[in-house]
Ligand binder design. Structure first.
Ligand code: PEP
Ligand code: MN
Length: 342
């Protein structure tokens, strides 16, 4: 529910509306949208106050049909949120490419890939240290050692790093080594982990669940933002459908729908959507054409030997080729995409 105030409302009337709501136990969110002030009532129970609020001086109208995710909604913030990760900004004119292996495997592997992707224009480095694997017998990641190797490769190349966190008790360890924390598809509905992400200092990359609707993704983001961290980037990574030709179905329509619904940046992960490296650059191009603010892509120096997700990992030359294509698409839609170094 949103209380829309009259455009010439006095400070005094505004203050008494806010006081009335707070004294009656309502949590609220004040947004200044151009000339107009909106007071969002966050708790569903606060709806009972509507008849009294409606008669107060300074109230223009009450809108009861509002999104269930007030803080991430465009109704709360008209401009786009830009999430800064080190010196990289996600959500501005530049389409930010984040690249690296599915898993950090060794010092050599991560350093080679980091240098390769940095040279081809990647702005951030990815790499999993704690891996959420479907089978308990698959490689589970190097854990703390992997985090340290990723951080070292990031600092050598100057790329901020993003890595997945799978358990609330790892927060201190992961925030000490990573510039951005990823919540993977399997944990998008882990509400305790989401709330924990609201109380730590790093920006969050939140992936869409394998069988989650766009609204559920936005509500997951609302968990993080309402717990105190507004630096959230959303990621479409493919959803499970009846189609078996691809690992997941890349929902390209999620990009413009999310951009319409939320002020948060939206990126795409064509690697986990495709499951096949030969499809990755086409899906990435579609995502950028649809308005994505970034692309997260898996790259390996020797994909055949990769310990996880080798079939969908681009080689370093394949990544450079994709970047050339993406740059042209980015320019066609009025964006820029990382210039190559050297
Ligand atoms: C990953 O990024 O390696 C990963 C496990 O992704 P997702 O959670 O989207 O499956
Ligand atoms: Mn992976």
């Amino acid at each position: 529910m949103i209380v829309v105030l009259s455009s010439g409302v006095s400070l005094r009337d505004k203050a008494s509306i806010v006081r009335f709501i707070e004294q009656n136990g309502g949590r609220l969110l004040v947004s200044e949208l151009g000339e107009v002030t909106h007071i969002g009532l966050v708790d569903e129970a606060a709806r009972a106050l509507a008849p009294q609020i409606e008669t107060m001086p300074g109230v223009a109208m009450i809108r009861s049909e509002t999104p269930p995710y007030p803080q991430v909604s465009r109704e709360h913030r008209m401009g786009d949120t830009i999430v800064d990760v080190g010196r990289v900004s996600i959500g501005g004119t530049e389409v930010v490419v984040i690249a690296g292996p599915c898993s950090v495997e060794s010092a050599d592997q991560i350093a080679t890939i980091a240098r390769g992707v940095a040279g081809a224009g990647a702005r951030m480095l990815r790499g999993g240290a704690f891996k959420p694997r479907t089978s308990p017998y698959s490689f589970q990641g190097l854990g703390a050692e992997g985090l340290a190797l990723l951080a070292a490769a990031g600092s050598e190349t100057g790329l901020p790093v993003v890595t997945e966190i799978v358990a609330p008790e790892d927060t201190e360890l992961v925030t000490a080594q990573a510039d951005m924390l990823q919540i993977g598809a399997r944990n998008m509905s882990n509400f305790r982990l989401l709330s924990e992400m609201g109380a730590q200092p790093r920006p969050v990359l939140l992936k869409r669940g394998i069988a989650s609707t766009i609204e559920e993704l936005l509500l997951a983001a609302e968990y993080v933002v309402s717990a105190g961290n507004s630096r959230v980037v959303l990621c479409e990574r493919g959803i499970r459908t009846f189609e078996t030709a691809t690992r997941n179905t890349f929902d390209v329509s999620a990009v413009p729908v999310l951009k319409r619904e939320t002020h948060l940046p939206v990126i795409v992960d064509p690697s986990h959507a495709a499951g096949d490296r030969s499809l990755v650059s086409s899906l990435a191009a579609a995502g950028v054409a649809a308005g994505a603010d970034g692309v997260l892509v898996e790259v390996h120096n020797d994909p055949e030997a990769a310990l996880s997700d080798g079939p969908q990992s681009l080689t370093i030359p394949g990544f450079a080729e994709m970047m050339t294509k993406l740059r042209a698409v980015a320019v066609a839609v009025g964006r820029t995409l990382g210039e190559t170094v050297g």
